[in-house]
Design a protein around this ligand. Structure first.
Ligand code: CDP
Ligand code: MPG
Ligand code: MPG
Ligand code: CA
Ligand code: CA
Length: 345
């Protein structure tokens, strides 16, 4: 048994983005395999294989934490915890603080940095900001998603979706409800493309961009409130494939009223959307790591494709959006086949 002893503090009773700070330290430690006990002047401690002692109030931001080191540092060098892998009872005589000090005097302890922030009433706003930014699927956050955010997700969508998630955090919405809502938004947007007026097309484009933004919120709420699920992750991806097809189908149906050849283009664009998702997901299934196909790649990920449709709607030039998706998506699919053959993995 691995035991985490967390020095109790008033601040853990505060709520941050839908959960108490107590839950925000308890759940990640439990996920890392610890039994968690909050202590406060306790005079006994259970026997365990290892003891993690967290002395100061902290908010752990790192996901999937693995605690291998012996002294835990926040990124700025502040020490907040100690991991003892030998029997702590040798140092323990009824006073945890004294035992920790004796231990530190006898041993030189290696340090391990983990992403966390020291908690105080003054820095709750900063903590909230860091917590939100830890939800983004980027390398810097230490998440190991199937794939990292594309350029439009990074520069535009996440800025807005994080604000929506902040608002949703205190409400009882589940990630799967957001996933389904996001899909329904794409159905409404798609249908509006069929009305063939510029105004309807413009609104459709805005709704599709909104759909793209809300697509980030299900995952953000799942990570924020420790509600991730395999079914949710699967449904998120599967409904995106339906939405991709439906959006391109409706745009193509509308364009085909001027020229039937648009069906050829639409067919290629729908296939391109699917093959970009499939080559990424198949990579993750086989290689069991975050999708990565080298440094040069054509940015035609879903966030980019939907943004092209948004721009196409705004400028009443959806044919150009569909051509770009068909051409760039299929070329990127081929590029992946070639690039992966020689990739060092
Ligand atoms: O949708 P996108 O891939 O752009 O990113 P995201 O929604 O921020 O993150 C997707 C991840 O969120 C999934 O792989 C799941 O881990 C999680 N998720 C979930 O657990 N339940 C959902 N209903 C939706 C997403
Ligand atoms: C309608 C043109 C539609 C033609 C679509 C042909 C597909 C063209 C390019 C796809 C390229 C895909 C690359 C695949 C790579 C495979 C590995 O209609 C044109 C009328 O003026 C509209 O009123 O312009 C018009
Ligand atoms: C087509 C009018 C197009 C209006 C364009 C308005 C642009 C406003 C905002 C653009 C925001 C996009 C940001 C671009 C960033 C680039 C990276 O067409 C007008 C026809 O008559 C309809 O048949 O009205 C019509
Ligand atoms: Ca999503
Ligand atoms: Ca989705």
């Amino acid at each position: 048994m691995k035991l985490a002893l967390v020095r109790d503090s008033e601040i853990y009773n505060r709520k941050l983005l839908g959960l108490t700070l107590r839950d925000r330290i308890k759940v990640p430690l439990e996920r890392a395999g610890f039994k968690v006990r909050f202590f406060n002047g306790d005079t006994s401690v259970e026997r365990a294989e290892s003891y993690l002692i967290i002395n100061e109030p902290v908010l752990i931001l790192e996901r999937d934490i693995e605690l291998n080191g012996r002294k835990l540092l926040v990124s700025d060098g502040f020490t907040f915890g100690y991991l003892f892998e030998e029997d702590f009872h040798a140092f323990f005589d009824g006073d945890l603080q004294m035992a920790i000090e004796r231990y530190l005097q006898r041993n030189s302890i290696e340090a391990q940095q983990i992403w966390a922030v020291k908690l105080s009433d003054e820095n709750l706003k900063l903590s909230e900001k860091l917590l939100l930014s830890s939800l983004v699927k980027a390398k810097r956050t230490g998440l190991k998603p199937a794939y990292y955010d594309g350029i439009i997700a990074r520069t535009l969508n996440r800025r807005i979706s994080l604000r929506i998630s902040k608002y949703l955090a205190d409400r009882n919405v589940t990630p799967n409800q957001i996933t389904v809502l996001s899909f329904l938004i794409s159905v409404i947007g798609s249908a509006l493309f069929l009305l063939n007026s510029y105004l309807a097309t413009l609104i459709a484009g805005i709704i599709i961009q909104l759909h793209s933004i809300i697509d980030g919120c299900d995952g953000e709420i799942a990570r924020l409130k420790f509600m991730e699920s395999k079914y949710g992750a699967w449904l998120d991806g599967v409904l995106d494939r339906y939405a991709d097809f439906l959006i391109i189908f409706c745009i193509t149906l509308s364009l085909s009223q001027t020229n039937g050849l648009y069906w050829v283009l639409g067919f290629l664009a729908a296939f391109a959307s699917f093959i970009i998702a499939y080559t990424g997901d198949k990579y993750v299934a086989v290689y069991r790591q975050t999708y990565n196909s080298g440094s040069f790649k054509i940015p035609i990920t879903r966030d980019v494709r939907l943004f092209l449709i948004f721009l196409g709607a705004v400028f009443n030039a959806l044919a150009i959006s569909v051509i770009l998706i068909a051409v760039l998506g299929n070329i990127e699919g081929l590029r992946r086949i070639i690039a992966l053959r020689s990739a060092k993995l």
